[in-house]
Each structure stands twice: as C-alpha cells, then as structure tokens.
Design a protein around this ligand. Structure first.
Ligand code: B1M
Length: 232
C-alpha cells in the first residue's frame, strides 16, 4: 500500500472519521473500528453517540446492501464481528452509569434466529440504565424461556427476532405463558427490525420496542407502574 493510501484515523475530523468508520464497518475491519471508537471517546463523544451515530448507522448501510444482494453472508458476518469489537469497548462504559437497581430482565433471540447484535445492544443499554439482565443468547425454544423465567424470576421478558419467519415464534412463547397461567407475572417486551406496534399487540406482548433506547424507557415505565400498583 502506498503512503497516500494510508489513512491515519486520528488525523480525521469527527465527520470524516465517522464516515471512515462506516466504510471500515462495511469492510469488516474490526481493529480499525476499535481504534475509531477509542478516538471518538477520547474526543469526548458519549458512548451512546458513538454507538448510534457511528456503529448502528454503519450497520444500517450494511443491511441495505445485504438486502439488495450487494453484500453476502460472509461479508455481513465480518461487519457484525467488527461491530461487536466496537460494542465490547462501549459495554462497560454504558453500564457504569451507577443508576439505581431498576428491575430484572431475561432476554433472548427466538428459535430459528441467530441475529444477536440488536439484542446485545438492548442488554447493554438496559444494564446501563440499572437493570439486571440475564441474556439467553440466540435460537431459544419456548422451554429455554420457561426455564429461565422459573430460575431467574425476572420482572421483564424480552424477545428479539430479525426474520419475518421467526417473529411468529414470539406468539408461541406468549401463548405458552398464557396456557400455564403465568402470562401476567411478567412484562413482555418484544423487538427486532421486522416487527411493529400492531404485531406486538396482535401477539399479546405488553409493548413493541423500536430500538434499545425505547426498550429502556418502556421498561422503566412498566417498572414504575408496577411499583405504584404495589404501593397503591
Ligand atoms: Co441477517 N437478515 N440473515 N444476518 N441481517 C436481516 C435481518 C435482513 C433484514 C437483511 C436484508 O435482507 N435486508 C434479512 C431478513 C429479511 C426478512 O426476514 N424480512 C436477513 C436474512 C434474510 C438473513 C438470512 C436468512 C440470510 C441467509 O442465510 N440467506 C440469515 C438467517 C440466519 C438465522 O437467523 N437463521 C441471516 C444471517 C445473518 C448474519 C449471520 C450474516 C448476520 C448476523 C450476525 C449476528 O447478529 N451476530 C446478519 C446481519 C448482521 C443482518 C443485518 C444486516 C443487520 C442486523 C443488525 O445487527 N442490525 C440485517 C439487516 C437489517 O436489519 N437492516 C439482516 C443492527 C442492530 C443494532 O439492529 O437488530 O434491528 P436490530 O436491533 C435494534 C432494534 O430492532 C431493537 O433494538 C435494537 C437496537 O436499537 N431490538 C429490540 C432488537 N431486538 C430487540 C429486543 C427487544 C427490544 C428491542 O426486547 C425487549
């Protein structure tokens, strides 16, 4: 590589750096993403801004080209890996807000679905807001949710699905909770790119959460309602 081609990330201004990070995420360059994240943090960016304005925004571009057949699974996996590298740096920073304990959530991606970046982001943001989070990972059958609800006794059950073919499984889980007479023991929050509010209502969830920030606000809202009910 010639000298002109070498981009020194720290010499770019914020806007150029974010643009470069989007390109690097697209190209699956994990080390460059980690370096970019650290530079933005050193420049005083909040972890949340780095996450949303650089990483999530970059992943959206990857998503469009994946949809349009310009990128394929191996490239998208590399991009996801680079994104996770950046998220690993931000995770402790998002979690160290010293927020008071808000409640407990069990969260997992549903059966047949291996997408976990959005779920991980929700977990991170919830932890940052003071929630204890038990993350069940990906590809969870109803039994896995039931077992965790029983052993962890959370306030909230969170489910994530990124595929139109896997999102109906959320209803399987909720219907099973109903059959067992335990549906109302939990606040059920659902999220994932193909969902919407109407779907959330139709399957009997308490709320659909558009993104991680909405998930935190919704969870806080339900917790304070529960708290008021208990005191009222
Ligand atoms: Co997949 N994939 N993928 N993929 N992938 C999508 C989802 C897709 C929309 C791409 C496209 O065509 N445009 C498409 C789904 C189409 C559809 O169903 N309508 C798709 C497909 C088709 C597939 C495969 C079938 C491809 C194939 O094999 N032919 C395959 C399926 C595998 C499986 O699950 N069985 C597949 C595989 C993969 C990879 C493994 C390569 C990789 C996943 C890596 C990983 O997660 N570790 C991957 C990726 C990365 C994507 C895209 C590009 C990005 C997803 C992502 O991480 N977004 C995605 C395109 C897209 O969504 N634009 C795509 C960033 C993340 C921060 O956003 O996940 O939406 P998101 O999460 C948000 C909100 O949705 C919300 O908050 C998050 C943060 O703000 N949220 C919640 C999410 N979960 C929540 C839970 C809550 C609350 C809020 O609970 C309370």
């Amino acid at each position: 590589m010639s000298e002109e081609d070498d981009i020194i990330l720290s010499e770019l201004d914020d806007e150029e750096l974010v643009q470069q990070m989007m390109d690097d995420l697209y190209d699956g360059l994990k080390e460059e993403i980690e370096e970019g994240v650290n530079i933005l943090l050193e420049r005083g960016w909040t972890p949340y801004d780095v996450l949303t304005k650089a990483l999530v925004a970059g992943m959206t571009i990857v998503g469009h080209d994946f949809r349009d057949g310009i990128l394929f699974v191996p490239e998208v996996l590399l991009a996801a890996n680079a994104m996770k590298g950046g998220m690993a740096i931000l995770k402790p920073l998002l979690a160290e807000t010293g927020a008071p304990r808000m409640g407990k959530m069990v969260i997992g991606t549903v059966k047949g679905d291996i997408h976990d970046i959005g779920k991980n982001l929700v977990s991170m943001m919830m932890e940052g807001a003071g929630f204890e989070v038990v993350d069940l990972g990906i590809n969870n059958a109803v039994e896995a949710y039931l077992e965790a609800l029983d052993s962890e006794k959370p306030d909230i059950l969170g489910m994530s699905a990124l595929l139109t073919t896997t999102m109906p499984y959320m209803k399987v889980v909720i219907d099973t909770l109903k059959e067992k007479g335990i549906r109302d023991d939990y606040v059920v929050l659902v999220g994932g790119a193909p969902l919407n509010e109407e779907f959330g209502r139709a399957i009997g969830a308490d709320a659909y959460c558009r993104d991680a920030a909405v998930a935190v606000e919704t969870a806080k809202d339900f917790m304070s309602r529960r708290h008021n009910q208990m005191n009222g």
